[in-house]
Design a protein around this ligand. Structure first.
Ligand SMILES: NC(=O)C1=CN([C@@H]2O[C@H](COP(=O)(O)OP(=O)(O)OC[C@H]3O[C@@H](n4cnc5c(N)ncnc54)[C@H](O)[C@@H]3O)[C@@H](O)[C@H]2O)[C@@H](O)CC1
Ligand SMILES: [K+]
Length: 491
């Protein structure tokens, strides 16, 4: 599991530790880890550190200090190091002295800096770290826009990315590798920030941290959560998931939601709705029932909404009246937005909402009676959006997007590290809804069901798209689920 902490928490832990250690110890630990990664990268690219061109972009804070000390360490190993000072009057004095004494070059003119930047083998981005506020300032922005041929290593986080939210209010440096200190920062795990970070490496500096603000599951965590039948299992013990989806206009949504549900670990899938014929033709193993969720027979979780069309309101009401977990998607969310959070007030079992940002906007409007916010604004602030929705509806929320975010009403937040933009395809959400519902029926708590579903769905999308990637259809994503499930279990 990757743990991320917000800046306020990092600062408090650092202060507590620094009070017990000789001055500069943490920066030396950070710089040593950073220099080791840079040396590995240079050796991988050029065969050796000696003689390589390294540029250190040093801003005015301790982030620049880390970068300068790491640059000095590389200079001592024979790298040709140029430190470019973006704020010469406020540069970290100790770091600068270290570069000078290791015979590094120091430049302050922007033109020279940019020329060095463009031909460096490796650039250390130490412009700003967790002290960054707002978009990059003009002098720094030119580096974000300049061409380069070398590898860029972000110090703690790519400059220009908001550490707490992943928002990029302007330009940011695009890194190939980010070396972060002490803990991951939420902005490294959530897009758009995550897309600037490249491969992220954590260097321990000895911080004692409280529980994380944000987590990201890894293979082993997902493997431990996957429901696996034992000798005592029958279809009811494994869970029956009810899928109320599809309509005369959208029968395909029913087929895709069932396709996801059949691969999600439940023992059986029960379909209710008008697309029964299509569903059974495609998946004869599906149990089908006339009418709606009410009186449909035994299920352990409901999925309502995909392709629900006109009937979505009635279906939603019947499912919400049950005492089993309910996943609400698509047209079900539109209906829920009209009804507002009050519609969930009487529920005794968990509710999982799976909006994209457009549906999230309608849900938020339904919660506070205002006009829907712009979906683009919600996408840029996806952590905050998921948290707001979870709090307003007292439900678990899986906010779909370039980084899918899952928020529990209790405050826990997970971000999904898998996924691919090829998943932005029609019907992909229906598969995800079926899959997550199946995991709910198999007994996973809503936060786990949602985050495991997002993880597997993302991997399946990548698997279906292949390398370097090609368009996929939602059906292929569903078909790839057993392969990635096995892959996760194998580790
Ligand atoms: N505090 C500690 O104990 C440790 C801190 N470390 C490093 O220190 C960093 C934090 O250092 P600081 O608190 O000095 O803050 P930073 O170095 O991240 O940035 C603060 C400086 O950048 C300037 N700045 C802010 N926003 C800017 C923008 N948008 N464009 C250009 N300049 C901007 C500010 O005027 C300020 O001088 C961490 O990210 C990490 O790299 C590490 O050395 C580990 C230990
Ligand atoms: K940085």
């Amino acid at each position: 599991m990757r743990h991320a902490h917000r800046v306020e928490i990092v600062r408090a832990s650092e202060a507590e530790l620094m009070a017990r250690l000789p001055e500069g110890t943490l920066m030396q630990r950070a710089a040593a880890g950073l220099a080791a990664t840079c040396a590995r990268l240079l050796t991988g690219r050029r065969g050796r550190v000696y003689g390589s061109r390294v540029v250190v972009l040093a801003g005015s804070g301790d982030n620049g200090g880390d970068a300068l000390y790491a640059g000095a360490a590389l200079a001592r190993r024979g790298a040709r190091v140029t430190a470019v000072l973006l704020a010469p009057e406020r540069v970290h004095a100790g770091g600068l002295a270290a570069v000078r004494s290791a015979r590094g070059r120091v430049v302050v003119e922007r033109e020279t800096g940019l020329a060095e930047f463009s031909r460096a083998d490796l650039v250390l981005d130490g412009i700003v770290g967790i002290g960054g506020r707002g978009g990059l300032r003009a002098g720094a922005r030119s580096y974000a826009e300049a061409a380069r041929r070398g590898v860029v290593v972000a110090v703690d986080l790519p400059s220009g990315v908001d550490a707490d939210t992943g928002e990029v209010p302007g330009a940011a440096l695009r890194a190939d590798v980010t070396v972060c200190f002490g803990t991951y920062k939420p902005g490294l795990l959530v897009d758009p920030g995550a897309s600037y970070a490249g491969a992220v490496q954590l260097v321990g500096i000895g911080l004692e941290l409280p529980p994380p603000d944000v987590t990201a599951l890894q293979h082993a965590d997902v493997a431990a959560l996957l429901p696996v039948p034992d000798v005592e299992s029958d279809k009811y013990r494994r869970g029956v998931v009810g899928v109320a989806a599809g309509s005369a206009t959208y029968p395909g949504a029913a087929v895709l939601a069932v396709a996801g549900a059949l691969r999600g670990g439940a023992g059986a899938v029960r379909y209710v709705g008008t697309a029964a014929e299509e569903v059974v033709r495609r998946f004869p193993e599906t149990l089908v029932t006339e009418g709606g969720p009410h009186g449909a027979g035994r299920v352990q979780a409901w999925v309502v909404g995909p392709g629900g069309g006109e009937g979505a309101r009635q279906t939603l009401a019947e499912a919400l009246a049950s005492d089993v977990p309910v996943l609400v998607d698509a047209d079900g969310l539109t209906e829920l937005g009209r009804l507002g959070p009050g519609a969930l007030a009487g529920r005794t079992a968990p509710t999982l909402l799976t909006p994209h940002t457009g549906e999230a906007a309608r849900l938020l409007a339904g919660a506070d009676g205002t006009a829907p916010p712009a979906a683009a604004d919600l996408a840029a602030a996806r952590l905050a959006t998921a948290r707001r929705l979870a709090a307003a509806y007292r439900a678990t929320v899986l906010l779909k997007g370039s980084t899918t975010v899952i928020a529990d009403p209790g405050g826990a937040v997970r971000v999904n590290p898998t996924g691919t933009s090829w998943l932005a395809t029609a019907g992909s959400g229906d598969v995800l809804a079926g899959l997550a519902g199946s995991l709910l029926a198999a007994g996973l708590p809503a936060l786990d069901a949602a985050s495991v579903a997002a993880y597997l769905h993302g991997l399946a999308g990548r698997h279906a798209a292949g390398e370097p990637g090609a368009p996929v259809t939602a059906s292929w994503v569903a078909e790839a689920l057993p392969v990635v499930w096995r892959g996760v279990r194998e580790g």
